[in-house]
Design a binder for this molecule. Structure first.
Ligand code: ZN
Length: 566
């Protein structure tokens, strides 16, 4: 690999007319192919075009997130987003042609059946008749994003956004935590009507889309949008039962322990963010020290991973430090033409820096390992499989945490595990709630709130809202952006975590074996559906009975807890 300097890398915006001409030619080739070889050649040309366009699309998104104040970057982003629906339509049309081609079986034999399964999913869940609905859905989603971004709070002498206010959930002083929770939920209470109505509009719109696509309700369409080709609603319901049976009792025990540690009785909603009365451990050392620790971590894990990290550094493919004007959060994106990914974060000296870094490096390493798979469809698997690579690496990195946290490493590992365990029931509550909502699209806001309260009783029985009226009324989900923006996505984190926890258990018993399976899984990318990927790594499907039993037993042991029998 040459000495790429990503800081100065540019990709010209494609000429829309020329791109359409290329798609016209590809459609002709797909239609008129007189041999399997010709059909395969057309697919290869289409793949090259898609990689070129994807590289440009990613680059535009990256440059904007690196400097949201840059008007040229903003203009490029708007140009990209206006063009994207046209590209989706052209891709769906090509997929439709290839699926109907006499060379379909030859393509499946050559590319693997997963490509065709994915294309079928995309074709079934898109129709020009829903294009306007998709635009309207994006507008409603943007309204939610803008509404939450407009929130401002004066608290503890600072002017804060909603996410900045969130950090006080971990504050060691109880009255500060309580004050932050009152402010936060007071803001939501003031906008209850708007948030209820906005969600009602989204549910109605999505139900209408389902009907236009010939489905009785929205859930199967959402599963297709997520490209879930090998499991259905009933499988996910079984997984949630598994979490209820194995994880909820342990999570309840964790909350009891937390109450004892914090010296509070009962543990209230505003206490839940703080697990250690001493506060969260922080990474030792500065940014450069952190990169050196990371290099040592990857050197210990795997030779290929170590070489990959060195290359990411050499090519400036990481932008990790917080800086004014940078977009929030962290992410990893692929640059298929370069054969390399890029990672983005906002390090601020908290333990989250280490978590975000190992998480995004997991995504990056997988994309890198999958760069030469025959189709861009395989560059990433579906998202529940993607998050195994990221969360898996978070756990596989445990033995190196002394590098990052010094004497606090064990405290960090404990908090990391506790965070994972208490997350599972919440993720299931969010998922179960959405299944109920879309099964009864005509429910009133009050009925939906009652549905959420039932979810809290099932999955979060310890939860006490006290006099926080808005969440107590059954509307906590209104602060979970996925419910508005990314329907049915949320369970993917829990499915992946169930697999990552298995890697954690395995690493405790046989670390080289766990690492080898992890790297192999990354290499397979998206060439197979979720369950097949999981099985190929020797992991138990989250949909199988007792998929969480061993991890929960091991976690209870590690934490010194005895989950109440159920
Ligand atoms: Zn992720």
């Amino acid at each position: 690999m040459t000495a790429l300097d990503f800081r100065t890398y540019r990709a010209d915006a494609p000429d829309a007319q020329q791109v359409h001409a290329e798609y016209d030619a590809l459609e002709r080739e797909a239609r008129e192919a007189s041999s399997a070889g010709e059909a395969r050649a057309a697919v290869a040309r289409w793949d090259a075009l898609r990689r070129r366009l994807a590289t440009w699309q990613s680059l535009v998104g990256i440059r904007f997130s690196q400097d949201t104040q840059d008007s040229a970057a903003k203009a490029a982003l708007e140009q990209r987003d206006a063009f994207a629906p046209q590209l989706t339509r052209r891709d769906v049309q090509l997929k439709r042609l290839l699926l109907a081609s006499p060379w379909r079986d030859a393509l499946a034999a050559d590319l693997g059946p997963q490509a065709l399964a994915l294309w079928e999913c995309d074709v079934a869940s898109f129709d020009p008749a829903i294009e306007d609905d998709l635009v309207r859905q994006a507008r409603l989603a943007a309204r939610y994003t803008e509404l939450l971004a407009s929130a401002q709070f004066d608290f503890q002498g600072e002017r804060l956004t909603l996410s900045e206010l969130g950090k006080f959930a971990e504050h060691p002083a109880r009255d500060v935590r309580r004050g932050a929770a009152e402010l936060r939920w007071g803001w939501f209470a003031d906008r209850q009507r708007e948030l209820d109505d906005l969600f009602g509009e989204l549910v109605g719109l999505r139900h209408g889309v389902a009907q236009k696509l010939g489905q009785s309700h929205f859930t199967p369409v959402a599963y297709q949008w997520m490209r879930r080709t090998d499991y259905a609603e009933a499988d996910v319901a079984r997984f949630r039962d598994e979490v209820r049976r194995h994880v909820v009792p342990l999570a309840t025990e964790i909350r009891r322990q937390q109450a004892r540690d914090l010296g509070v009785d009962p543990l209230m909603a505003w206490d839940e963010g703080l697990h250690d009365p001493r506060g969260n451990p922080r990474p030792v050392g500065d940014y450069d020290g952190m990169l050196r620790s990371a290099a040592a971590l990857f050197a210990e894990l795997d030779d290929e991973l170590a070489a990959f990290f060195a290359q990411m550094e050499r090519c400036w493919l990481m932008d990790l430090r917080a800086r004014p004007g940078k977009a929030g959060s962290g992410y990893c994106d692929a640059l298929p033409d370069l054969g390399m990914p890029f990672i983005f974060a906002n390090f601020n000296g908290s333990k989250g820096d280490v978590e975000v870094f190992t998480h995004e490096m997991g995504h990056a390493f997988q994309a890198y390992c999958s760069r030469d798979l025959p189709l861009i469809d395989y560059l990433w698997p579906t998202s529940e499989a993607c998050e195994i690579h990221s969360m898996g690496l978070e756990f596989l990195a445990w033995p190196a945490m002394e590098q990052f946290f010094g004497a606090d490493a064990e405290r960090f590992r404990r908090l990391h595990l506790v965070g994972a365990l208490v997350f599972l029931p919440y993720a299931c509550a969010i998922d179960h709630f959405q299944h109920e909502v879309y099964a009864r699209p005509d429910d009133s806001p009050a009925e939906r709130a009652a549905t959420w309260r039932a979810m809290e009783r099932l999955y979060l029985p310890h939860l006490q809202w006290g006099d926080l009226a808005h969440p107590a009324s059954g509307r906590r989900w209104q602060s979970q952006l996925h419910v508005y923006l990314h329907p049915f996505y949320y369970i993917d984190y829990a499915l992946a975590l169930t697999c990552a926890l298995q890697l954690w258990v395995l690493a405790g018993a046989d670390r080289p074996q766990a690492l080898q399976r992890y790297v192999q899984l990354c290499r397979r990318g998206g060439s197979e559906p979720f369950a097949a990927l999981v099985a190929s790594a020797g992991l138990r499907s989250p949909f199988a009975a007792d998929s969480l039993r061993d991890a929960v037993a091991r976690a209870a042991d590690f934490l010194g807890l005895e989950p109440a029998a159920r």
